[in-house]
Write a protein that binds this ligand. Structure first.
Ligand code: ZN
Length: 193
């Protein structure tokens, strides 16, 4: 079934992290699945990203000529980005050992990219690589967080850098509801005296 690329699915705050979040429930083998399993989702994701990431893309189009041809490159960038920055969030420092694989994947995305500043479109895999590379800046990677509810990565753009959830309206509320349920249950289980 086709994915509907809603705003929630662009909670990463930047194109590269939105892409890492196309794998749902990462690390949970029983629930995890990949929204990019079908290469036809890549142009659909790109079309939605053009709206949600307009500022990052400088209002350019994302072009996907042949989703099957770029599928491998896109997945390689996505997985290297996820591995590098997930480890970086965990350690608090840029994970050096994962850099070569990440840089190679990004270089593949940029291969043959001849876009000029004024071009109305940029190739999707090149835009993804550029977005991923921009996270190497210290002020960026120090702002990457890992949502405790869904395990997505996101860029915390809040003023004080204390955002906890990828999307308060989805993950924040789910946790609140769970806490509320547990509290009610605990109260009900108390013996009445
Ligand atoms: Zn979340």
């Amino acid at each position: 079934m086709a994915v509907s690329w809603t705003r929630h699915r662009f909670s990463g705050g930047t194109l590269a992290l939105d892409a890492t979040n196309t794998v749902v429930h990462r690390g949970d083998a029983s629930r995890s699945f990949d929204r990019f399993d079908d290469p036809a989702e890549i142009p659909r994701f790109a079309a939605a990203a053009r709206g949600f990431r307009a500022a990052e893309l400088a209002h350019r189009e994302l072009s996907v000529c042949d989703p099957v041809a770029i599928h491998g490159t896109v997945l390689a960038i996505r997985e290297a980005t996820d591995a590098l920055f997930r480890a970086t969030v965990r350690n608090g420092e840029l994970h050096q050992a994962l850099l070569p694989r990440f840089l190679r994947a990004c270089a593949d995305g940029l291969e043959g990219n001849s876009e000029a500043g004024g071009d109305p479109a940029i190739r999707f895999e090149a835009a993804l690589a550029k977005s991923a590379l921009s996270l190497l800046a210290e002020h960026s990677y120090r702002r990457i967080r890992n949502c405790p509810n869904c395990n997505w990565l996101f860029l915390d753009k809040s003023r004080n850098g204390s955002r906890l959830w990828c999307d308060m309206a989805v993950c924040g509320n789910r946790q609140k509801a769970k806490r509320h349920y547990r509290r009610r249950k605990a109260e009900e289980d108390q013996p009445h005296v």
